[in-house]
Design a protein around this ligand. Structure first.
Ligand SMILES: [Fe+2]
Length: 307
């Protein structure tokens, strides 16, 4: 616990080519700032590709985002560059696989087989945090998966403990003034009984080309943008274990025209509703609304209260 005379620990900076050091930093601190993650030209291209979507977005009406933010959902479909340069990067998935991949021995009669599940993208979006935007509350991103957390502060990090990893790529230089992410290094080791405190958090300030990677169990929060004139777009790619989904992909199996005739109860039980908190949205909206045609963005509050 930091005293009044000490500062909270900061995350380490590690070159993106140094796989072993990245794994070590994530295991010991829960997060790491990747230097040379990408180029400033690539960041500029992604910024340009999402700009039209940010421009048409409306102020958020729920608690998840301050009204001074704008969003571009479906990032990997709307930015070819983000998909080709970041999602398809094998160095990235080598790290993700170390934490989120899982190999299990499975018996078929008396024959032992091994099966490995690989990480998948859980969601990707751009959030543009504009002047006046308040800070988020400190939280763990793996809350959407109802992850359990044992206290590992004495024993040390247990491989396989995490179910998700977040990657934030700043579109501009992120500073304490424009809202650089608040992080609590080491908080991935805390048990579920321990709440996070603001005075325990440091800042993940970054230049374009760098990226913040952290385990789903590490406490963090988007900072307040207290500038008068700086937009702070951040491109987020969020990953989870590959087995965190239903066995059958019913969403591709059944056309929308068919399921719109189903009852709310039938749709909910098939997985079209939001799993609280905030799992299963499309464009931050419950699929139930989209299927039923009841979504009226000018009238409704956003039902998905992400944070
Ligand atoms: Fe978060």
């Amino acid at each position: 616990m930091p005293s009044a005379t000490t500062h909270p620990a900061e995350l380490r900076r590690v070159d993106f080519s140094n796989h072993a050091e990245i794994v070590s930093a994530l295991s010991s601190d829960g997060g790491v700032i990747l230097t040379n993650f990408t180029t400033t030209e690539t960041v500029d291209r992604v910024n340009e590709e999402v700009a039209p979507w940010l421009a048409r977005d409306k102020p958020w009406k729920g608690r998840l985002f301050p009204p001074e933010t704008r969003r571009c959902s479906r990032l990997i479909g709307r930015s070819d560059t983000a998909r080709r340069e970041w999602l398809a990067d094998d160095r990235l998935f080598a790290v993700l696989g170390r934490f989120l991949g899982k190999t299990t021995r499975i018996w078929y009669d008396d024959v032992a087989t091994e099966h490995t599940t690989e990480p998948i993208l859980s969601t990707a979006n751009t959030i543009d945090v504009r002047p006046g935007a308040a800070a988020q509350r400190l939280h763990r991103d793996d809350k959407v998966h109802h992850a359990d957390h044992d206290d590992m502060t004495e024993a040390g990090y247990k491989p396989g403990a995490d179910v998700s990893i977040s990657l934030l790529v700043p579109g501009v230089e992120s500073t304490s003034e424009n809202g650089a992410t608040l992080v609590i290094p080491g908080s991935h080791l805390w048990g579920d009984e321990r709440p996070p405190k603001r005075e325990e958090a440091s800042r993940a300030c970054m230049k374009p080309g760098e990226a913040l990677m952290f385990l789903g169990s590490m406490y963090h929060a988007g900072g307040a943008n207290v500038t008068k004139d700086q937009h702070r777009p951040v491109h987020g790619l969020f990953f989870c274990r590959g087995n965190m989904r239903a066995e059958e992909n019913v969403y591709l199996g059944f056309p929308e025209e068919q399921v719109k005739e189903w009852s709310d109860k039938e749709l909910r039980r098939t997985g079209y509703a939001i799993s609280s908190p905030n799992l299963g949205f499309v464009d931050f909206v419950s699929p139930m609304h989209l299927i039923k045609g009841t979504w009226k963005p000018e009238e409704h509050e956003f039902l998905v209260d992400l944070d």
